[in-house]
Design a binder for this molecule. Structure first.
Ligand code: MG
Ligand code: MG
Length: 259
């Protein structure tokens, strides 16, 4: 069941999603060698509560923390813990909030210190692929158009696209219909209608597309070849002509420029 949102609901979703952007920016200030992923999680958890919202991921199917933090070969769903970030790491931070009954969801992959040029390029390409997908996320197109745009952009540049994990509809709950894969065929899949809200989230690997699910912690997804993986995500509302991007990287970009 795909729920179309009213203009009022979309404004409520913008509030939740802007708070996600602000939280990621707050986390960005503290990303540096020596900082543990659990410290970053605590910063986000406090920041979200201080703004009258709740962290969406905490307690979701038993997930223990406010953020998913995935380092290097970890694709998504990493559990914050005692790992201290090192110079040259990349760290994907996925954040969700709920406020006034509506959800926000966005993710960004950060560089820690000086990152290898080929890894920098992976991050840049994954972010660009997200905006390629968003560029066709408009009324009258189909989910497959978005999926195809992301896939082609990444594969043409020699990267691989994770198949097992996908974007999603979002609204009063984090995961609504439809699924939004990062691979697919142009002209296929559910029709995009005015008022649909979806999270588009390319998960792109430097090496193989294959991933492994950690059986011990039940959450962490890693690349099968242990090469790095990047993840960028925006929540957008489908509109005629141009998507309305409800989440934002503006506050993150400001922090990174001043670092
Ligand atoms: Mg997310
Ligand atoms: Mg998501």
């Amino acid at each position: 069941m795909i729920y179309l949102k009213t203009d009022e609901e979309i404004e409520l979703m913008r509030v939740a999603n802007r708070l996600v952007g602000a939280t990621l920016a707050e986390v960005a200030k503290h990303i540096a060698p020596g900082v543990t992923t659990l410290q970053l999680d605590k910063i986000a958890d406090t920041f979200i509560h201080d703004h009258g919202a709740i962290p969406l991921f905490k307690g979701y199917n038993g997930f223990p923390n406010a953020l998913c933090i995935s380092v290097n070969e970890q694709v998504v769903h990493g559990i914050p813990g005692g790992y201290a970030l090192k110079d040259g790491d990349i760290v994907s931070v996925d954040c969700g909030t709920k406020i006034n009954g509506y959800c926000g969801d966005s993710a960004y992959t950060f560089e820690v210190g000086e990152v290898a040029p080929e890894v920098k390029k992976l991050l840049q390409t994954t972010k660009e692929a997200l905006y390629e997908g968003i560029s066709v996320a408009v009324e009258g197109k189909r989910i497959g158009d978005v999926s195809h745009a992301v896939q082609i952009y990444c594969e043409n540049r020699g990267y691989s696209v994770v198949r097992e994990l996908v974007g999603h509809g979002i609204g009063k709950v984090m995961h609504e219909d439809p699924e939004v894969p990062n691979y697919g065929k142009r002209g296929y899949g559910p029709l995009l209608k005015n008022g649909m809200c979806i999270a588009i989230e390319p998960m792109i690997n430097l090496g193989t597309k294959n991933v492994k699910f950690d059986k011990k912690d039940g959450w962490t997804v890693r690349t099968a070849d242990r090469k790095p993986s990047a993840h960028f995500e925006h929540t957008v509302a489908i509109r005629p002509g141009k998507a309305d991007i409800l989440s934002t990287f503006e506050m993150i970009d400001q922090v990174l420029q001043n670092k």
